[in-house]
Unconditional design. Structure first.
Ligand code: CU
Length: 461
């Protein structure tokens, strides 16, 4: 069971049947999150029309990027989505182990939210770390045009840093006139996915943040792009990886280069340079597309801190897999020639290029395909993923965590995660304890792959 199952069950699952009066007493006032369209200066020169934004209710213009939400481990968190878009949407809480009814997948866990309507989400996040939120409806357009924000779950037992910088990495696909161009090209959707034209961190090109000289800074990085994989390196400072995909790593390691795929998060402890004015550069060194992502600048006199001063992050629940009794589930990731795409407001972009176990998902429709597999609550499974395509797929599971056990391509670290980047020709085993009941979607987080078939779901009961 989940470490905090009692909390999750008593709070989240119970909410749906409680009268409103009790809900008001049990839950905090929900954070109101407006989803709306706006004109925003993205390229520094011209207003881009039709940018999709999240903002707290009442928040005027100001910073156009989605706000960083903050919650506390184990404590009730509530958000009310106000849909001011002119199309349906939902909110999904990526990486959070929550009751199935709060997961935000249209038709699978909830109806989609019509324009003008609201929808209340409530849960108590059982894990601390860096997570995120985004729509799960017409996702390529809605995420591509702006909807994706960071959700930080705090734990008072975490060590104290001298500063924190949150980086939400994403591209926008703009033409020379600063307006959105077609979100994808079918021939690219059938390969790596279609790349954006403007690369940003926090919706800015190569932003620079001041951090205390000689201090210890927590850098929380989210790859929110719909397509791009990052090979991240930080020059000019010592840095250690302290968490990946929200969860503390078993052993901190110096950051040489870290691959961060769509949907994934990287937490770094950075020991800032001592000399005032020194710059540290976060770069994407992927060979085809080297690029500065963001800069940090040391300010003030040196705090003379050491990475060795830093205590451990508060632990999250692990994946207590009983491998001796595990049931193996083969999961073949492949291309497909069959076109299964069905029309749906939230679902399809009109093509099928990809499949899981040779079945291309038809899209988010009222009658989706059968589950990939039916899992027994509490039992251990080994997901035997095999990628027979020449492209990498960051595969994401909702509602539960897994742990990589073995790969034919590399030495895997036993990291607890919700997203695993399956390399071309890789066979990988992921251990999973089916500890959360419901229908949980499992899909590639290259959104064009997700939306053209590489999606399915597990039923846990
Ligand atoms: Cu993929």
């Amino acid at each position: 069971m989940l470490k905090s199952a009692a909390v999750v069950g008593a709070y989240g699952a119970g909410l749906a049947v409680m009268p409103r009066l009790n809900q008001a007493r049990a839950a905090p006032e929900p954070i109101e999150i407006n989803a709306f369209t706006d004109a925003v200066m993205l390229d520094g020169k011209q207003q881009t029309r039709g940018v999709m934004r999240y903002a707290f209710s009442g928040q005027a213009s100001g910073d156009p990027q989605p706000p960083v939400l903050r919650a506390r481990r184990g404590e009730p968190f509530a958000a009310r989505l106000l849909n001011r878009l002119d199309e349906p949407t939902t909110l999904h809480w990526h990486g959070i182990r929550l009751p199935n009814s709060q997961d935000g997948v249209p038709f699978v866990t909830q109806p989609y939210v019509y324009p003008g309507d609201t929808y209340d989400y409530a849960f108590a996040p059982p894990d601390a770390g860096t997570f995120w939120y985004h729509p799960h409806c017409n996702t390529l357009t809605q995420m591509g045009q702006g909807l994706a924000g960071v959700l930080v779950v705090e734990d008072a037992r975490d060590p104290t840093f001298d500063g924190e910088v949150v980086l939400n990495l994403r591209d926008f696909r703009l033409g020379g006139d600063g307006q959105f161009i077609e979100q994808f090209k079918p021939r690219d959707a059938a390969k790596t996915g279609t790349f954006g034209t403007l690369r940003t961190a926090n919706w800015q090109r190569e932003p620079r943040y001041d951090v205390p000289a000689g201090g210890l800074v927590r850098l929380r990085i989210l790859a929110a792009d719909v397509t791009r994989l990052y090979n991240l390196r930080l020059s000019g400072a010592q840095a250690e990886i302290i968490a990946f995909d929200g969860h503390p790593v078993p052993q901190r390691m110096a950051l040489d280069m870290a691959v961060v795929a769509p949907g994934q998060r990287l937490d770094l402890a950075v020991r800032v340079a001592d000399a005032e004015g020194m710059e540290m550069v976060l770069e994407d060194i992927r060979p085809s597309t080297p690029k500065v992502v963001a800069r940090l600048r040391a300010v003030g006199s040196s705090l003379k801190r050491s990475l060795g001063d830093l205590g451990p992050l508060a632990e999250n629940a692990g994946v207590e897999a009983d491998l001796s009794s595990a049931t193996e589930i083969p999961l073949l990731l492949s291309a497909t020639a069959e076109n299964a795409a069905r029309d749906s407001i939230c679902g399809s972009i009109g093509y099928s290029f990809w499949a899981i176990n040779k079945i291309p998902y038809p899209g988010d429709t009222p009658d989706p395909t059968a589950p990939i597999a039916e899992l027994k609550l509490g039992k251990t499974y080994l997901l035997n993923l095999e990628n027979v395509t020449p492209h990498a797929h960051p595969i994401h599971l909702h509602g539960m965590n897994f742990k990589a056990i073995a790969s034919n391509k590399r030495a895997v670290q036993p990291l607890v995660s919700d997203t695993y980047l399956v390399l071309p020709d890789e066979k990988v085993q992921l251990a999973l304890v089916a500890d959360n009941p419901g229908d949980w979607v499992f899909h590639c987080h290259v959104i064009e792959h997700q939306k053209t078939g590489m999606t399915g779901y597990f039923r846990v009961s």
